[in-house]
Design a protein around this ligand. Structure first.
Ligand code: HEM
Length: 222
């Protein structure tokens, strides 16, 4: 995994969850996504067009939306380079998914022990990665309407529908992700701001990862 080598100061009782590089990558992806989300909503419905005015006007939003979209895709590809090895869905993840109700009711002790990312986080990651690819491929047809001849106008219409479906799918995942990060799993935000989490948080939510990075022992941990 790539990381900027300067060691970061971690207070006692905390451990590093994300390197500086990982955090920069995350926030580049997040901010570019949020910009595309708001300008995209403005184009989606006349009732939401006021958002474009807030963001500098309709033509400005139309100009920047696809360009910032390319930056979002670059962020997603960079993220893929950093995390894809840890995002494979395993047999343990499938068992975790079958018990997702226990997760939703905060009964983590009934769930299989987790590595650095749980199955829900992995699903969100793949949704955003493939979502970014589909948004780019469909978006190209919408970006340059002057190159679409009358005979293939249907293709552009189809791409608009695909673009909207992909956007709605990522928006669903995004809302859940932000809710989880800010409210549902207290203590997560420091992971993405300063890069570390409390040892208690790490033991509770990602025990196998905690043991791996601290050199702990599962038997002693039980
Ligand atoms: C702008 C609002 C966002 C907030 C407040 C936010 C918050 C967070 C937090 C707190 C974590 C750490 C969770 C943990 O380690 O357990 C995280 C991880 C992550 N974020 Fe975000 N995030 C946001 C947007 C995004 C966007 C737009 C993407 C899509 C590219 C994204 C992709 C990820 C991924 C893949 C992870 C690691 C796996 C996971 O926790 O789901 N985030 N985020």
């Amino acid at each position: 995994m790539s990381a900027i080598s300067s060691p970061e100061k971690i207070p006692a009782g905390f451990i590093q969850r994300y390197t500086f590089t990982e955090r920069v990558c995350h926030w580049v992806s997040s901010l570019t996504y949020v910009y595309c989300l708001f300008t995209g909503l403005a184009f989606y419905s006349p009732h939401l067009y006021w958002i474009a005015f807030v963001l500098g006007g309709g033509p400005t939003s139309r100009f920047w939306h696809p360009i910032v979209g390319l930056l979002f895709l670059a962020g997603a590809v960079w993220m893929h380079d950093l995390w894809r090895r840890e995002m494979d869905v395993t047999e343990t993840d499938k068992r975790w998914l079958r018990r997702v109700e226990d997760y939703a009711s905060n009964q983590d002790e009934l769930l299989p022990l987790q590595e650095r990312f749980n199955a829900g986080q992995k699903i969100f990651y793949w949704l955003m990665f493939y979502g970014a690819l589909v948004l780019l491929l469909s978006g190209i047809f919408i970006w340059f309407p002057e190159y679409i001849s009358f005979q293939i106008a249907w293709l552009r219409t189809l791409m608009i529908v695909i673009h909207e479906i992909a956007a709605l799918a990522t928006i669903g995942g995004f809302i859940v992700h932000v809710y989880m990060g800010i409210f549902f799993v207290p203590g997560s935000m420091t992971a993405m701001t300063v890069g570390y989490v409390s040892r208690t948080w790490a033991r509770m939510h990602h025990r196998l990862w905690y043991i791996r990075v601290t050199g702990g022992d599962l038997d002693r941990e039980k």
